[in-house]
Design a protein around this ligand. Structure first.
Ligand code: HEC
Ligand code: HEC
Ligand code: HEC
Ligand code: HEC
Ligand code: HEC
Length: 230
């Protein structure tokens, strides 16, 4: 989770950028660009409705380059290299420190370091069209490298965990809407953060325990709120 101060800084940059437009965005968003570079343009459209586009993040936050230049070659210095596979976790980690550090402890990071093919942040979250995942999409990603019937049960466990995470996210928003006890809500938030870290380290046992407990707690709080309303 990016810190509050980061979000405020970004918001400030976003508001202040009125006078100093992001030239990457300006040039990639023209109708000429759309006709000549359809695929790249579509990337851009996906970006605008992504969590990062909506938060007002500039292109250079991830790509580097010079976002004040209207000259393509000047603007582009390093933009492709910056988002190459092995650099991606560190770039995302600038703002999502806790997930990055958890990911460093996973077998996937070790595989990437050993120049083997393994998933990184953008494999699971998408890149420009960034979002938090959907259950079916996660499973599809895992199946690219892991076998459905393998003995370690990676796919089945992932599927079960993701369905539970989905239910947790749903219940969490209901409980947040009908509960105003700050201590209870803070405990829910802490548990959810722990769950996220277990998952990014691929610690299935801990993630299973935490998610079962959290879901039970949320269901209990929801039932309590409903009985109060009746
Ligand atoms: C003056 C227009 C212009 C500006 C300014 C501009 N771009 Fe581009 N960009 C292009 C065009 C045109 C392409 C299509 C490929 C090509 O012609 O090089 C492109 C391609 C790209 C690509 C794909 C790279 C590749 O190798 O195919 C990335 C990534 C990119 N731009 C990012 C950026 C970022 C980030 C900025 C700002 C720091 C930026 N661009 C500024 C015109 C621009
Ligand atoms: C949150 C980080 C992030 C931000 C912000 C971001 N991008 Fe990207 N972008 C990526 C990643 C990661 C890739 C995928 C690279 C890959 O798969 O090799 C990518 C891919 C691209 C590509 C396609 C490159 C290719 O060679 O196919 C273009 C073009 C591009 N970005 C332009 C932009 C523009 C223009 C902006 C601002 C409107 C922007 N990006 C903002 C992370 C970002
Ligand atoms: C310059 C800072 C910055 C960088 C770099 C960045 N992000 Fe983000 N990210 C944000 C902000 C701001 C938000 C929206 C606020 C929020 O929801 O926490 C966000 C939201 C997200 C979310 C949704 C979180 C949620 O709670 O809904 C995911 C997932 C995410 N980013 C992943 C990534 C990945 C993967 C990368 C690297 C390709 C990346 N981010 C790079 C700042 C950044
Ligand atoms: C691009 C290929 C690739 C994809 C996609 C992939 N993995 Fe892996 N995974 C690997 C490699 C390589 C290893 C390391 C195997 C080894 O060390 O023998 C690994 C190891 C693992 C391990 C055991 C190592 C550890 O950290 O304990 C688990 C669990 C795992 N992956 C789960 C997943 C899940 C869940 C997904 C889907 C979200 C997934 N993987 C997607 C390549 C991949
Ligand atoms: C193996 C797939 C996978 C990889 C690799 C991965 N994530 Fe995630 N990430 C997920 C899933 C699934 C969720 C949603 C469930 C959760 O929050 O625990 C998530 C959640 C998140 C969130 C939102 C947490 C929240 O509070 O809602 C952020 C931010 C994030 N990831 C950033 C990253 C970053 C940065 C990296 C790389 C260092 C990364 N992720 C690598 C699958 C992945």
């Amino acid at each position: 989770m990016p810190s509050k101060s980061l979000i405020i800084t970004l918001l400030f940059c976003f508001l202040a950028s009125g006078a100093l437009a992001d030239q990457c965005h300006e040039c990639h968003n023209t109708s000429v660009f759309k006709v000549k570079h359809k695929t790249h343009y579509d990337y851009h459209v996906g970006y605008e409705t992504s969590v990062h586009g909506l938060a007002g993040l500039g292109c250079a936050e991830c790509h580097g380059g010079d976002s004040t230049s209207t000259d393509k070659d000047v603007a582009h210095a390093g933009v492709r290299e910056n988002v190459m596979r092995n650099n991606i976790p560190a770039i995302c980690g600038d703002c999502h420190e806790s997930q990055y550090e958890a990911f460093l402890g996973s077998g996937h990071f070790q595989a990437l370091e050993g120049e083997r093919d393994a998933p990184h942040c953008a494999t699971c979250h998408g890149s420009m069209e960034m979002d938090v995942m959907f259950v079916s999409k996660v499973k599809r990603q895992c199946l690219k490298c892991h076998d459905q019937d393998a003995e370690d049960g990676v796919i089945t466990r992932t599927d079960e965990l993701m369905s539970r995470v989905n239910a947790i996210v749903g219940y969490k928003s209901l409980v947040e809407a009908d509960n105003d006890d700050p201590t209870a809500l803070a405990a829910i938030e802490e548990s959810f953060e722990r769950l996220t870290l277990y998952w990014h380290r691929l610690e299935f046992d801990q993630a299973d325990t935490e998610s079962l407990e959290l879901l039970g707690k949320l269901r209990g709080m929801r039932a309590e709120a409903r009985s109060r309303q009746n």
